[in-house]
Write a protein that binds this ligand. Sequence first.
Ligand code: PLP
Length: 429
Amino acid sequence: MKKLAIHGGSKIRKSPFPSYDVIDKEEIKEVTRVLKTGILSRFLGVWHKDFYGGPEVQSLEKEWAKYFKVKHAISVNSATSGLISAVGALGIGPGDEVIVTPYSMCISATAPLFYGATPVFADVEPEYFCLDPKSIEKKITKRTKAIIVVNLFGQPYDAEKINKIAKKHNIAIIEDSAQSPGAKYQGKYAGTLGDIGIFSLNYHKHIHSGEGGIVVTNNDEFAERIRLIRNHAEAVVEAKGVENIINMVGFNFRMTEIEAAIARCQLRKLKPLIDKRRKNVVYLTNKLKPIPFLKFPATRLGATHSFYMHPFLFDSKRAGVSRTKFIDAVRAELMPTKRRETEGVKVNFGYVKPIYLMPMFQQKIAFGPKGWPFNKSAQYKKGLCPVVERLHFEEFCSHELMHPNMTKKDLDNVVSAFTKVAENLDELK
Ligand SMILES: *Cc1c(COP(=O)(O)O)cnc(C)c1O
């Protein structure tokens, strides 16, 4: 008799998993308070006291800077706009190159394009999935101006090695920490390890305000240039007496008072939320470790992980079945997560297709029809980064069933599903 749910057997889990709820009474109270003031944003796009925004925005920035032990925190309306403003603040322009990772949300690699710079892809570490320092070194040229490192899935990048390389070549580091608020490396918060760090407050992240982002830096000049880019720089520079007007073409990247009020509540919840994720991951990893064809990657030495996702690697040779078959069978045993039913069971294989394989890079078409701003030597062929291709197309898997609202019983269901499929692999052969 067939046992696996994918073949009509009975499912391990019959009701949806709990939703990831981080919004409660506190946020409702704060939003109501802000609504009653009638001022939902206090930014003015001219040189004026209100150029820096209203009380909620400014309080959030102070609290964020204090929490992360960094000199400046600048709120923006997304990590996407945060990354764009970081590239701008560094004075990067046409002809420059920026080293980026192929394994991330696409903006981590496309942000340089908005200033006419060319993204150059380096490969990732097979065990931690962040940019590999050895690969970075091979990609540095006279034109390299910055590296955009990503603290992927909650794992900090190798700041020790990569910061050294950057220093040696006089290159800036932009640190995309959208997936890693609260992770640490050598005692410092991820996001504060490079020259400019970016956090996301979108709905899918550890803590959120619907949409939103925060940029952090210890550099006064970068901070002020980011504030200018956030808020119509070109209309402000003259009155403010700004002399360096390179990249001072501004946007509206401003956060509202409502989002800032929510984000202030959310920041207070960050630590307990991450502690719970870590505890859940330890529990699951210990229970799943005996499955011989799954490998749960370690956290980098000297780092703490914040587990945006719980990654693992699948060895199809050892298992004797394909990764797709295995993950589909596990999914069939489980159920979706409440409020996110349309996303299906939160167990996946692969992550995003290596970014250089997107049509934009394959055809070198970004702005206009003539291939601007890619430089002629830019390489985006399949095979460019073999580690990321192997991870994405063969080995990499992840799940999100370790979020803080999961109970022990929920976690045990996840363990039972994996174990059941592992014990009945013959059914999949
Ligand atoms: C989510 C995410 C972003 C973009 O964040 P938004 O706030 O949605 O713009 C950037 N980089 C990484 C690694 C992300 O996960």
